[in-house]
Ligand binder design. Structure first.
Ligand code: SF4
Length: 408
């Protein structure tokens, strides 16, 4: 059985060609016949993509405009993959986190992150803003309209990159996700909410699972499928330099870099990947990344108290990002039980941001989302899922499970 979400439209066309009967005249060449067959297969593939991705139909028998023979072939050969939901939790700020069971009983996380409408923009969004009340959870979720709904999805079960501030990093890598497992996270979330954006910032280093991620992006961008705009799909990497260069050649999506340090010494201490590809090599790859017009690279900067949050760091950031069309996303560390890092004070964050903005950089501060539901990457899987884990992770789990009892 082939999982439908593992197929690009071209893959499906190739599968459908041998099934596509066309009438030809005796004076038509073989080439003309092949072209007719291809067009017929393309038309069928388009119909099937619409049924599955836009109407969410999973039963081939319900696809009423397909021939009986085609439906029967699909039934025998192709299955629409579904993720099975182990649990979901919605935070008071609307953030909605899902823990999924895969076919081999491993677990992954995805999150819906709603961005609130700004009051002054309310009118501008009237009618266009995605509505999503989520599932009823409590008085905190007051809005049913948002400026955007972002799906934060996983690309691996666990992660090999071992970033020190990240819980998924201390779980280690279990396996890569297949393209269909990546696409299906978005497909499932679209059933629940009108997702507008996708970020590969859940579990895993997307560029470590390069081929599956590129294929998934191709499917997510397909106009007949989930139809995301390339500007609204962002791949975030810890800095696998050769893969960044390759990505730019293979698929047109937005790029985010998890920077988090302003000197090699500092960055290597929290992100082992920096020992292989240092900041200079990383920024060089960013300069070469093919950005379309009006697009910028996002530099994610997790702020860790006393480690990378000084004004000297801010000054170095100005120097490092010079000449790269970019914006900075400052992320005050989302403290979790047992973590060795602390979150800087609000005042430190404000001053850091101001320093950058005074020098004409675009710098936003990301508010921690979903703290009441353990929404930081890897937290839910650590407690309720199948994280294998390292020694450090097992220690964390003991502490966190205790604290969760007081949260939930
Ligand atoms: S921050 Fe991203 S790349 Fe680093 S360990 Fe966590 S999931 Fe992996």
């Amino acid at each position: 059985m082939i999982y439908f979400q593992s197929l690009t439209k071209n893959d499906l066309v190739e599968l459908l060609k041998p099934l596509s009967q066309v009438k030809t005249r005796s004076d038509q060449s073989e080439e003309e016949r092949e072209l007719k067959v291809k067009k017929r297969a393309q038309y069928r593939a388009q119909q099937i993509f619409h049924w599955v991705y836009q109407r969410f139909v999973t039963d081939w028998d319900q696809m009423s405009d397909l021939s009986k023979d085609l439906r029967s072939w699909l039934k025998d050969n192709v299955e629409v993959y579904r993720l099975s939901e182990r649990l979901n939790r919605q935070a008071l700020d609307g953030t909605h986190k899902f823990l999924w069971d895969l076919s081999d009983s491993k677990t992954i996380e995805s999150v819906i992150i709603p961005a609130a409408l700004q009051e002054k923009e309310d009118d501008a969004f009237d009618g266009d803003a995605p509505a999503y009340a989520g599932r009823p959870v409590g008085e905190g979720v007051t809005s049913s309209k948002w400026s955007r709904l972002t799906a934060c999805i996983s690309s691996q079960v666990g992660c090999a990159m071992a970033c020190k501030f990240c819980l998924t990093g201390i779980q280690g890598l279990d396996r890569h996700l297949q393209a269909y497992e990546i696409v299906t996270q978005v497909h499932e979330l679209r059933r629940i909410a009108p997702i507008t954006n996708i970020v590969f910032m859940g579990m895993g280093e997307p560029l470590h699972n390069f081929e599956n991620v590129v294929k998934a992006c191709e499917i997510l961008l397909d106009q007949d499928g989930l139809n995301f705009s390339k500007r609204k799909v962002t791949i975030s990497t810890s800095g696998l330099v050769p893969a960044i260069e390759e990505l730019g050649k293979r698929v047109d999506v937005s790029l985010a870099i998890s920077l988090n340090g302003t000197t090699d010494e500092q960055r290597s201490a929290i992100m082992p990947v920096n020992k292989k590809w240092n900041i200079e090599a990383l920024l060089d790859a960013c300069r070469k990344y093919p950005l379309g017009s009006h697009r910028r690279i996002t530099f994610e900067y997790v702020m860790l108290k006393g480690l990378n949050d000084s004004l000297e760091d801010a000054a170095r950031l100005v120097q490092l990002t010079r000449g790269i069309p970019s914006k900075l996303n400052l992320i005050p560390f989302n403290e979790h039980p047992g973590s060795e890092f602390k979150r800087p004070s609000d005042d430190t964050v404000r001053q850091f941001q101001k320093y950058l903005m005074d020098r004409k950089l675009t710098a936003t501060v990301r508010i921690s989302r979903g703290q009441d539901i353990l929404a930081a990457c890897g937290q839910l899987r650590s407690i309720f899922g199948t994280a294998r884990g390292t020694e450090r992770h097992r220690d964390w789990k003991v502490v966190a499970t205790g604290s969760l009892n007081t949260v939930s």
